[in-house]
Design a protein around this ligand. Structure first.
Ligand SMILES: Cc1cc2nc3c(=O)[nH]c(=O)nc-3n(C[C@H](O)[C@H](O)[C@H](O)COP(=O)(O)O)c2cc1C
Length: 446
């Protein structure tokens, strides 16, 4: 661009609009060209306050760290201690979140089972039912009971080690999922009792549900079907965590699963993913507060999910009061999703490594979020399972390292007092002091 006009006067520097950014403009052009809204997988991509905004203090004169090679730091957790005869005992508090068969291939489900079992943790089914691949390879399998009832089978309920009633998901509180026709193979159609090749929308609420009282009835029904053997979890989106946690506990839940807005999804409207829900960081403390007020903290376990990526995230979630976490997207990346080795193929699909989120289209070069037999062959479930096991192990070791540095002999002994926040927003949301001060916005005066 010329710096002066034809009269010799300088141009002002061209400025991009902060409101109409290039990204927004491309969304407008896409909408104008197609007339349909954008659907994608993954979680919120916008920047919101997150665990990265918190730091551990570690030990100092007044705190005594533990020695890594000689002093134990426990990582085990038991989920479902309230009513179930057989609670779930896990070696690590990092569980695999519910991801539907249909969104994921059978071999991907198998790999999740292999990896999780080798790491001593559980997997979770999803919309579309229980596959033999997943049941066969998961030592501990949580069976989701979803609004859609796709793939719901009372026999499978009895094969599960726990049941998770899904009320909502962080990526789309108040919305249902989607599975587009491209991914509805004969097998997926048969399991969901729906026609092949036709787009499916999952229900956004349970068909027999008019309010929280119905949850109590539903929990009792499921307990009777499973003879009070297995824990009943209730999964809610991070919309109104204080009230939702209170209502779930009052309805008889053994475990509350709380999913923040960064939480992944297989296919949802982009506008929904980006604009509905609350950040994971912002929901945990009020859920913990609800449990504490009911005298149920640590008695009804809290599992937190939505954007958990590292042992530091795990440790921070636990320090804020969660008993365990669940991971979806990170597990898929560990299996091989968005691997740079497929860059050329991502480019051919109009995407790039790290940004590929068209999971609903069923053309995943990595063979994970697809039902295409040729693409599926690219994915080796044994290798995938090994990678997931390694990743879970590393995250557990990282969390343990941090806990030891804070002088804790179990991950569950981490506490808000171990943390500070880097921003006023994250301090207010997490209920921990702003770094360098003793100020917890909303709680203490500075
Ligand atoms: C591919 C995929 C499929 C999913 N399917 C389901 C599902 O069937 N039921 C459900 O409750 N949540 C589903 N979820 C959401 C996860 O259970 C979980 O809440 C979320 O992935 C956690 O956030 P994270 O992906 O950032 O770890 C899905 C997520 C992904 C990525």
């Amino acid at each position: 661009m010329k710096s002066h006009d034809k009269n010799g006067n300088p141009h002002t520097t061209p400025r991009q609009s902060a409101t109409f950014t290039n990204d927004i403009n491309s969304d407008i052009r896409r909408a104008a060209a197609t007339g349909i809204y954008d659907i994608r997988g993954g979680g919120a991509k916008r920047k919101v306050p997150h665990f990265d905004d918190l730091l551990f203090l570690g030990a100092s004169m007044s705190r005594y760290p533990l020695e890594g090679y000689r002093e134990k730091c426990g990582t085990d957790v038991t989920l479902g201690t309230r009513f179930a005869k057989n609670p779930i005992e896990l070696e690590t508090p990092i569980t695999i979140a519910g991801m539907s068969f249909g969104a994921l291939s059978g071999p991907a489900k198998e790999a999740l089972g292999r990896g999780a079992s080798a790491a001593g943790t559980s997997t979770t089914t999803g919309d579309g039912g229980m596959t033999p691949e997943e049941r066969g390879h998961s030592d501990k399998l949580v069976y989701q009971y979803l609004p859609s009832r796709y793939g719901m089978n009372p026999d499978d309920l009895r094969k599960a080690d726990a049941i998770e009633i899904v009320v909502g998901q962080g990526a789309k509180p108040g919305g249902g999922g989607m599975l587009l026709g491209q991914k509805i193979s004969d097998r997926v159609a048969q399991m969901r009792n729906l026609p092949k090749g036709i787009d499916q929308r999952s229900a956004c609420r349970h068909p027999d549900w008019t309010g929280p009282d119905d949850l109590e009835i539903k929990i009792l029904e499921l307990r009777e079907i499973t003879n009070w053997q297995v824990p009943i979890y209730v999964k809610v989106a991070g919309a109104r965590p204080y009230y939702d946690t209170t209502l779930a506990v009052k309805a008889g839940a053994d475990v509350v699963v709380l999913d923040g807005m960064q939480g992944g999804t297989a296919a949802t409207q982009d506008v929904f993913i980006e604009h509905v829900g609350q950040p994971t960081l912002a929901i945990v403390r009020s859920a913990v507060e609800a449990l504490q007020e009911l005298g149920m903290h640590r008695k009804v376990q809290l599992v937190l999910s939505g954007g958990i990526r590292s042992g530091a995230d795990v440790a921070k979630a636990m320090a804020l009061g969660a008993d365990a976490v669940a991971i979806g997207t990170a597990a898929l990346i560990a299996l091989g999703d968005n691997d740079p080795k497929w860059e050329q193929e991502y480019n051919d699909l109009g995407s790039t490594t790290g940004a590929y989120d068209d999971w609903h289209e069923g053309q995943d070069p990595a063979g994970i979020t697809t039902q295409d037999p040729d693409l599926m062959k690219r994915f080796d479930p044994v290798e995938g399972g090994r990678r997931l096991r390694n990743y879970l192990k590393v995250m557990t070791l990282e969390a343990q390292t941090i806990a030891r540095a804070c002088g804790k002999n179990h991950l569950h002994n981490l506490e808000p007092e171990d943390l500070v926040a880097l921003t006023v927003e994250s301090a207010a949301m997490a209920g921990v002091p702003l770094s360098g001060t003793n100020w917890i916005p909303g709680q203490t005066k500075y």
